[in-house]
Design a protein around this ligand. Structure first.
Ligand code: BGC
Length: 763
């Protein structure tokens, strides 16, 4: 009897272990509908034709097989607008007129809408523009977790939270793919820093990797059937992402059932045999490893033709699922069209976050006030700048233009730039300056700064109200390097202090894609707004919020720390590791740009630190998970954002007394708009574990919804939390596991503003 029991337990363990890493039930992927046709095509292909499909043909094209009617695969950046047409094998523009696209709000702005529906609309609009341009695969969404506040691509990425990132990734992916274009989820995986992204090895435990960093990728693959994935530049646990058997074969394909294609990031392939075997389909943008070297590897028997056939099959699945745009139809019409521009407006208008307001907003225009509009971001466009994909946009309404459009002659607007947005080292990575040049530049810069500050203070002194519009820009937040800190660049804090001496009526707007240090602006501003890198319609959307045409409804997709040193990777000394050499992509560009000299640079790094190793010892304590668990105060919490109205949360209830592991918790409560205007509230449900069997962050976001209510209106809001979504990754079993402890539901308006609580029993 005893023996039998033991055997049963043993067998159960074996089954668990076997199922943990093995394939899920095959999903009904649109990619699996042409297998017979693909068999027939592969049979007719020569080895050379197959290998030609596995590397870049041009900078943004990989080959098909013309003889067999297989069209080339055309890629486009992504993720916040369709990139202009380039000359083949060059980064120089082709010079078309029709390739002017809509600039959409970038990732953090989209995430600030907290709306899967808007992410879907965004995807629809991006796909339309991609089709106008004849593209098959969009290089986006960019869904890495925002681990460090200084991350160079925070503005492209969505959130510090895996659940919010997942919902938006799913919406975006479905929107794109429902409209005839494949997505390419990037950058898989753990490309959460830009410094040394081409060399760094991320060391991370399985649990944090699964629960935090891989979650948005998994959601987009398993829930939205993403067709493409881009392997990141970095290594994960010792292996390059583009040849990482664990990431590509075991997790992506075997576990999640991904049937599509993986392409390398540009210049991110490192081997022939390992990369092809471990799951990479296309080396982009060239053929160092997947050209002749791959042919040789097959001919010498190092790589079997079966593997080549499998990689070609995965590409053909995408090729047959996405109908190519006939060449004569591409670029016929101008890319940016009114419906997409409206989507850009809609997303922008719902992304703007009101951090603080003593009642000064919305702006009162009665009596034609004099408004001093100060700050370089008042007139700054954000479509391009820095390294990496920009958008040649048809138009971009700056905040100044937006204010003029919307306010007209109802106020007197005086503009003063206040500061010059240029800093040493932030220019072109390819232009070297002599010490004399640098000295001269510094002198001139100093003189300009003094002059601009003086003009701004004079404008402020004679104004009824100051509208300061500052923040970062695309030079400051850029691919290829992280920021050294989060302070407002170009002396903005000093300028604000000077302005505050002559006028205390200050409304501050920060057009940044990532966190800034708010210690100074917070103190001197009566209202504080974040308006992001907000796309073609950004200026109009901002003006509409400032004058109260619409109530602000964006919510922070990341925590704003009191100071950078408080944030997890910094507090634990895990970041920065120092910066070494030139960025991998800058290198790639410099190889084909005549006369370009990549800059060599090194930043001081902590003694003993290895610039090429990023240890994620904070594990799952990313963003608010860290601040909550450590009880570290923040400047503004994750999920925070005010409206021009007020909301009352009442009577939280659940639909049962006890929930099993396959049940779904229906959480209901009453929400009432008790203020004076219509507004949209983003309600959030967090889960805190009570006496759990494993360690957990203090609380985690598990449901949210955007609710629109007129003044005085109330509504019962119901949100669902499947008990399965509360699982943890069990590092011993290498599988998801239940922790069926009691939990507390925390319903509120942000991670720092919980209004209702309820204990729930799980069995
Ligand atoms: C970026 C990718 C981008 C690719 C092509 C790389 O440097 O990391 O996000 O899609 O370039 O422009």
């Amino acid at each position: 009897m005893m023996i039998l029991k033991k055997t049963t337990v043993f067998l159960a363990m074996v089954i668990l272990l076997l199922t943990a890493g093995s394939a899920q039930t095959p999903r009904d992927s649109a990619l699996l509908r042409h297998e017979k046709e693909i068999d027939a095509l592969i049979k007719q292909m020569t080895l050379e034709e197959k290998v030609a499909m596995l590397h870049g043909k041009h900078m943004f094209v990989s080959a098909g097989v013309e003889r067999l009617g297989i069209a080339d695969m055309k890629y486009t950046d992504g993720p916040f607008g369709i990139r202009e047409e380039l000359q083949p094998n060059s980064w120089n523009p082709l010079g078309l007129e029709n390739d002017k696209a809509t600039l959409f709000p970038t990732g953090s702005a989209l995430a600030a809408t907290w709306s899967e529906e808007l992410a879907y609309e965004y995807g629809v609009a991006m796909a339309r523009e991609a089709r106008f341009r004849g593209k098959d695969m969009l290089l986006g969404p960019a869904i890495n977790i925002q681990r460090i506040p200084t991350g160079g691509r925070t503005y492209e990425y969505l959130s510090e939270d895996p659940f919010l990132s997942s919902r938006l990734s799913v919406g975006y992916t479905k929107g794109v793919q429902d409209n005839g274009v494949a997505v390419c989820l990037k950058h898989y995986a753990l490309n959460s820093q830009e410094n040394n992204r081409g060399t760094v090895n991320v060391i991370i435990g399985e649990r944090a990797m699964r629960e935090i960093y891989l979650a948005p990728f998994k959601a987009a693959v398993t829930e939205a059937d993403a067709f493409g994935v881009m392997a990141a530049y970095n290594k994960v646990n010792g292996r390059w992402c583009a040849e990482n058997d664990v990431l590509l074969n075991k997790i992506l394909r075997d576990e999640w059932g991904f049937a599509g294609m993986v392409i390398s990031d540009w210049g991110g392939t490192h081997s022939t045999v390992d990369a092809i075997k471990n799951g990479l389909n296309v080396e982009m943008p060239d053929k160092r490893f997947f050209g002749q070297a791959l042919l040789d590897a097959v001919k010498s028997g190092l790589v079997s033709e079966d593997i080549i056939n499998q990689r070609v099959r995965e590409i053909l699945r995408v090729r047959l699922a996405i109908k190519p745009v006939p060449a004569e139809d591409a670029n016929k019409e101008i890319t940016s069209q009114p419906p997409q521009q409206q989507t850009a407006y809609k997303v922008a208008s719902k992304s703007i976050v009101l951090l603080k307001n003593d009642g000064v907003l919305p702006l009162q225009l009665k009596g034609k006030p004099r408004i001093a509009v100060i700050g370089a971001n008042t007139v700054q466009t954000m479509a391009t700048g820095g390294l990496g994909a920009g958008v040649k946009t048809l138009y971009e309404v700056t905040p100044l233009e937006g204010l003029k459009n919307r306010i007209g002659d109802r106020a007197e607007i005086i503009f003063a730039k206040g500061y010059e947005p240029a800093a040493p080292g932030l220019g072109s990575p390819f232009r070297k300056r002599s010490p004399e040049e640098i000295e001269k530049e510094n002198r001139e810069r100093q003189q300009t700064a003094e002059k601009l500050a003086k003009e701004a203070v004079a404008a402020a002194a004679k104004a009824d109200i100051v509208l300061f519009i500052g923040g970062n820009n695309r030079q400051v937040e850029t691919e290829g390097r992280d920021r050294d800190d989060i302070s407002l660049p170009f002396g903005q804090d000093d300028l604000m202090r000077k302005i505050a001496e002559v006028n205390r009526n200050i409304v501050t707007v920060l057009a940044s894609g990532a966190p800034n240090d708010l210690n100074v602006v917070q103190g001197v501003s009566r209202a504080l707004v974040i308006s992001w890198f907000n796309g073609s319609e950004g200026g109009n959307a901002l003006a509409d919020v400032l004058i109260g045409k619409i109530s602000p409804s964006g919510r922070l997709p990341f925590t704003l720390p009191v100071k950078l040193a408080d944030s997890p990777a910094y507090a634990l000394g895990n970041y920065p590791q120092g910066r070494r050499g030139t960025d991998v992509f800058a290198n790639l560009v410099s190889q084909i740009t005549p006369g370009a000299k990549p800059e060599k640079e090194t930043t001081a790094r902590p003694a003993g630190g290895d610039p090429n190793t990023a240890v994620y010892s904070e594990e799952s304590l990313v963003g608010y998970r860290w601040f909550d668990t450590r009880k570290t105060p923040v400047m503004y919490p994750f999920g925070h954002g005010l409206t021009y109205s007020k909301f009352e949360y009442k009577t939280l209830s659940i639909d049962r007394n006890l929930y099993g592991k396959s049940d779904t918790i229906n959480v209901s409560f009453n929400l009432k708009n008790t203020g004076a205007v219509a507004a949209e509230e983003v309600v959030q449900v967090y889960v805190r574990r009570i006496n759990p069997s494993v360690e957990w962050p203090y609380k985690e976001l598990k449901a949210f919804s955007r609710v629109a209510l007129n003044r005085g209106e109330s509504k019962t809001v119901t949100l669902q939390i499947p008990v399965k979504s509360l699982q943890y990754w069990d590092e011993k079993l290498h599988a998801w596991n239940d922790d069926l402890c009691d939990i507390e539901l925390l319903v509120g308006a942000s991670a720092g503003d919980i209004k209702l609580k309820k204990t729930v029993h799980l069995k």
